[in-house]
Structures are given as C-alpha cells and as structure tokens.
Design a protein around this ligand. Structure first.
Ligand code: IVH
Length: 673
C-alpha cells in the first residue's frame, strides 16, 4: 500500500473538516455541497478499500452502525456545576454586592461581565485526548453522567479533532446541546403521525434524543451545540486564556460553534441593556433561550471566588419571566365578540406569567375544550406567547378534584339567549342575532378604537353604560347623544359628558379609510381598509363593486372580496350606513393631490408581476399609488401598464395579447421621476 493513499486520506479528511467547520460553525461555507459530497464519497470509498487506515476523527466516523444496549455511567473529571438564578435586577445587584464583598481587600475586584444567552438545552461535557474526541458525557447529577459518545459524534458542530497544532494531552469542553425549533416541530409532527407521545418542549426533546440508544436516529435529528467552557491543563501556560471572553474566542478557533450573541459588559447597567435587548431578540432566534448567563470575565477573579456546594460564585443566570405557569380553573365562561363569535375562556386563580398577572385564558372553541377535557377545579398549565391572550396548554389530570364534572358548551348565547349557530366544518360557534347586546358592545368599542374613529372617552366601560341604559341601539345612535343624556349616567359628570359629545362629533372628520375599518367588516383590517379606500373612492363604488372587481385589486384576496360583498348584502348593515351617512361621516376619499402627482402615472392602472431587480412588488405599488396611479392584481383591457420583472408568467403573456405597454423597473422609476 502506497504512502500516496495515506497522504490522500489525510488531505481529504482535513479538507472536509475545514469545509464542515466553515459551514456549520462559521456559517461561511466555501465549498459547494456537491463538491463536499464527492470528496466525502472518495474518502468513504478509500476507507472501505483500506479499513485499516480509518481514523476515529474521520468525517465518515460520525455515525456508528450498532445501537448501544445501554449507557455506562462516567464520573466527571471536573464536576458540572449549575447556576444560581436571579429573577430581577434587584437580585442581580445583590449578587454583585456579594461577590465584591467576598473579594474585599484581597485582589483588585473589578471585572467586566460576559453576557451569554442561556440556551435551553442539555449540558454536555466533552473530553479530547491529544486533540481527539474520546468522550461525551451528559451532565447527570453534575458528578456522574452517562457516556453518550456515539450520539455526540453525530453533532456536526462538535469537532472530532481539535483544530490545534500541538494539542495538550487532555482538553475538556462544556456546552449546551440543543434542538433547533424547526427540527423540534418536525420531530413532534412525526411522532404524532406514528402515534407516539409528543415531547413537551425542545429541551426535553434534546435530552431524549441524547439518550437514544441508536446513534442513527440521533444523526437524523440534527442536534446542535454551543460551547461555553474550556478547561486546559494547568501546564498549558502559554495557551491559557485569561478571561472568559478569550476562552470563547479560543473555543471557536479550535473548531466549536460559540453563540455569536455574546457581549462584553462593563457594568450591570450594560448587562441590563443586553438583557432587555434580547428579551425581544430571542423571539427571532431559531432556538430557545430562557435567560442570560452573566459571568465575571476575569479568570483570576473567578478563581479567587470559587464555588459553593452547587454554584460558581462568579456567575449567575438572569432569567426571563416564565411564559408557562400552573394555576387552578375557577370557572369556564364564554365571551361573545363583535362578530358574534363565541369564545370560551377559563377564569383562573391569578398567576404571574411573563411579567403580568393573568386571570383569564382562552380555550379557543368547543373542540379544544373537548380535546383538553378541562373542568372547573382542574389545575392547568397556561402559556403566554408574545402579546396574545394566554391560552390553556394542558390539564394536569392527577390534580383533578374528585367531583369535577365535564364541561358542556352552551347551546344559547349567554347575552341574548338566542340559539348559537355552528356551521358544518367550522370550529367557531356564533350568535347571529344582530341586535345581541354583546355584538353591539364589541362593534361600538371597535368603532371608537384608536385606529378606527379614535373617540376618546368611549372605551368599554362607557359603551356598556350607554347600551345598558338604552341610549344606544346601533353604532349610529352615538351621533344623536346629548350632554344631558350622558351626564345623567352614573359616574359621568357634566364635564366628561361634554367632552364625550365633542369627541363623538369630531370623529365625523376622520377619513374614509378609518370609517371603513371601523365598520368591522370581517378580514378588513387597517391595511385592507386603506387599499379599498384608495381603489374605490366612495362607499357607493365599494358597495357596487363585484366580487371580481374587488379581487382584481392588488392586495385583496378571495376571502376579503367575498366578505365585503357579503357584508353589503345584510339589511341591517345597509341601514347602518344610511344612518351614518345622515350623521355626516366621511364616505368618500378626500382627493389629496399628492405633490408627486404625475401625469404619466395619475389615473393610470398598473399591474406588477415577477421579481423586480431592486424593489419589492409592494414597494413599487406604494410608489405608484403615491403618484396617483392605481394598482390591480389582474390584466384586463383597462390596464395601462404592466411592470414586469424576472420570471413574469401568464400575466406577461396576457398583456402582450392585449397589446398593453410593458415597463421594466427602471422604466417605471423614470416615469415616476
Ligand atoms: S455556564 C459553572 N453558560 O444552564 C458554569 N450555562 O441553569 C455553569 N446553560 O447547567 C454553566 N447556556 O446547562 C453556562 N451560556 C451558558 C449556558 C449555560 C445554558 C445551562 C447549563 C447549566 C444550566 C444552569
């Protein structure tokens, strides 16, 4: 066997390792996938021919072919400590005082902090001997863990060989193995199909995956890893990093993926800024984080402080407010919204959740209630994601009181008593009585809301008062209200009555798009109301528009078009419009002649298709509209111009058949001046 083969093998391994590092760790690939695949195949073929030349760090050796029968317990060389938690900045401040006091008079006790995101996964300890990965162990109880080396080897961001010239005899690296969110969802979908239990969250899924006996399954699951701790032998004086910041950089250099969202902070104020920035930022990440780990940067100080029984004294986890919490259901009620949709809600013992106190959570609909089998008295887990109303995630059946009875969804509207309607195939039950007080209440609150007619002083409380005292039976009735009527209501004096009447009167000056939005037509939100107002400049035009005309408008889809047509067909809505018109509301687009109004564009109808070189289609549409043009979604005889980008399809063909003038993006920009 020639040396040439050995040389080739070494080159291939090194080349593939570099390519994988650039791809997985640096996110900066320099080799095409196909090239990588081919080199990999060459390596695998050569190794098949000369199995005696296979090395354990070869990229082909990531997945073993035999499932393990069990894991063996391994004692950690250095224990894996966990972290003390701080739940607010006050606790963080106390921690700072504590460590500063502990160091008083000893060494200089100033240090910056390294902030790292706290990755919600499983801690792993890796051992490298002479640069080669020999062991990967779970955290276990911190002293003893399980040897999961075969599974660890499947993680692409964990190097099998350290990128170090003269590696020390032993190197220990710690970090967090985790599952990216999209992978987590995919795994759960597959488990659901296979009738298996779902993983509750990505952390459990990662831990479960790491303890899979068959490494082939682990390889499929695409675990990932961020390194955060490096232990070099004390003899390595030269290479020894002096700070956590340097350690992280070194980790990255020797082949690990290190979380890029780290920051060096000079004081707690900067830590606070980092924490707040990532409270929002973390929602856009592809993995879960539940806090920020704050570490003293200076290793000399770390060493001077040492550890308690469980924690390092030089680090702390500042946690984000929990977004899931258990509580007890006191009642189940239903809420009737302005569209008549009936939403069941759980009324619960108040509980702190994501920084606010929560007492109600949505149960969505009757099907969801049945699925959960939620009962009054149950202990439930609720969750709040982003800004939305919290929801009930699951029931803890073991904590159910003995006499709890199954919930029955009401057949009648709790507000007006009329029978609820649930069309086949729909999950939502509705009250369809248009004079139901709940619907009127919701509609009026929406009408007065800030983005609609913006009537100050007409919030839910006053709306309820007006309706309960029989002063208002329709939205339009508010325009007949007098100061005398309002000041007679409980809690409302003359001053606030006058203010309210004035606010109602000035809402007549609001523009047509706001009025359209205020009407509460299903699917017509702020943006769609604006589009409709621009394309149908009077309510008469909108009312007479056919489904096809509506749908032809750029941005208006089938669902919206149908909803608008349906809305105008209802008698009660026609009466409402008539009354509002009489009251003097704005039902036409005021012609604001834009300063950019441009004779080439104004009054012309444009269609945009394909991918434009620099503008998004919506941006191009906005420019055209700003210059007084119209943008529609389909080509017809009335189209003046087709703006066509790359991959323009059937619209371009049709435009050519009709002899419509074509424009490129730059020609459009020329026209726009
Ligand atoms: S440092 C002695 N850094 O959080 C050092 N831990 O609640 C201890 N974790 O067991 C760990 N991200 O599993 C550290 N950037 C990070 C981390 C992190 C996640 C986990 C780790 C630890 C747990 C403590």
């Amino acid at each position: 066997m020639s040396d040439a083969i050995e040389t080739r093998l070494t080159q291939l391994r090194s080349q593939l390792q570099k390519a994988a590092y650039a791809y997985y760790v640096l996110d900066a690939p320099f080799m095409e996938d196909a090239v990588y695949d081919q080199l990999y195949r060459e390596l695998a073929d050569l190794e098949a021919q000369y199995p005696q030349l296979i090395t354990p760090d070869s990229p082909t050796q990531r997945v073993g072919d035999k499932p393990a029968s069990q894991f063996t317990s391994v004692k950690h060389n250095i224990p894996l400590y966990s972290l003390e938690n701080a739940f607010d900045f006050g606790e963080l401040g106390q921690w700072e005082q504590k460590w500063q006091r502990a160091l008083e008079g000893e060494v200089p006790h100033h240090s910056s902090y390294v902030c790292e995101l706290k990755i919600d996964g499983s801690a792993i300890a890796l051992t490298y001997e002479n640069g080669l990965l020999v062991r990967g162990v779970t955290r276990g109880d911190g002293v003893t863990g399980e040897d999961i080396t075969a599974n660890i080897r499947t993680i692409r961001t964990i190097p099998l060989r350290l990128n170090l010239e003269n590696p020390p005899p032993i190197v220990e690296v710690r970090g967090e193995a985790f599952l990216p969110l999209d992978t987590f969802e995919k795994i759960n979908q597959e488990r659901e199909k296979a009738g298996e239990n779902l993983f509750a969250n990505p952390r459990n899924a990662a831990a479960g995956t790491l303890r899979q006996l068959d490494a082939r399954i682990v390889a499929d699951r695409k675990l990932d890893f961020f390194a955060y701790t490096l232990h070099l032998p004390e003899t390595e004086v030269q290479a020894q990093p002096m700070t956590q910041w340097e350690a992280l950089e070194l980790l990255q250099k020797i082949g690990f993926r290190v979380n890029p969202n780290r920051e060096l902070c000079s004081d707690l104020q900067a830590v606070k800024t980092y924490f707040e920035k990532w409270d929002d930022g973390r929602k856009k990440l592809s993995y879960l984080t539940d806090g920020v780990v704050v570490k003293l940067n200076d290793f000399a100080l770390q060493q001077a402080l040492g550890f308690t029984q469980k924690f390092p004294r030089w680090a702390i986890a500042l946690k984000y407010a929990a977004e899931e919490a258990p509580t007890v259901v006191k009642d189940i009620i239903v809420n009737v919204g302005r569209t008549g949709a009936v939403t069941p809600m759980a009324v619960m013992e108040p509980v702190q959740l994501a920084g606010t106190i929560v007492q109600r959570a949505t149960l969505h609909n009757a099907d969801r209630i049945q699925e959960l089998d939620i009962r009054v008295g149950d202990t439930v887990v609720i969750r709040k994601a982003g800004e939305i109303i919290p929801e009930v995630l699951r029931v803890l059946p073991d904590l159910r009181p003995e006499k709890a009875i199954a919930y029955e969804f009401p057949q009648h509207c709790p507000e007006c008593g009329s029978a609820l309607v649930r069309p086949q195939g729909e999950v939502v039950a509705r009250c369809v009585n248009s004079s139901c007080p709940a619907i009127l209440r919701g509609s009026l609150v929406h009408w007065a809301s800030r983005d609609a007619l913006d009537i100050q002083g007409l919030g839910e409380k006053n709306v309820i008062l007006l309706i309960d005292h029989g002063l208002v039976h329709s939205i339009a009735d508010i325009y007949d209200l007098t100061v005398t009527q309002i000041e007679a209501l409980p809690r409302l004096g003359q001053k606030s009555a006058e203010k309210l009447v004035e606010a109602i009167a000035s809402s007549k000056n609001q523009d047509y798009a706001r009025v359209l939005y205020g009407l509460g037509i299903r699917f017509v939100g702020k943006v769609n109301a604006e589009i409709l107002a621009q394309n149908f400049s009077t309510l008469g035009q909108l009312q007479n528009a056919t489904f096809a005309q509506l749908q032809g408008v750029y941005g208006i889809g089938e669902e919206i078009a149908q909803s608008v047509v349906d809305w105008f067909r209802v008698d009660g809505n026609q009466q409402l419009i008539a009354k509002l018109q009489l009251a003097g509301l704005n039902f036409a687009q005021t012609q604001t002649v834009s300063s950019q109004s441009n004779s080439h564009i104004a009054g012309k109808t444009f269609v945009i298709t394909g991918t434009l070189p620099t503008l998004k289609r919506t941006e191009a549409a906005d420019k055209i509209k700003a210059a007084g043009g119209k943008v529609t979604g389909s080509i017809s005889k009335n189209t003046d111009y087709l703006v066509a980008g790359e991959n323009a399809g059937s619209k371009l063909e049709k435009a050519r058949q009709l002899g419509i003038q074509e424009l490129t993006e730059s020609e459009l920009l020329d026209l726009l001046g």
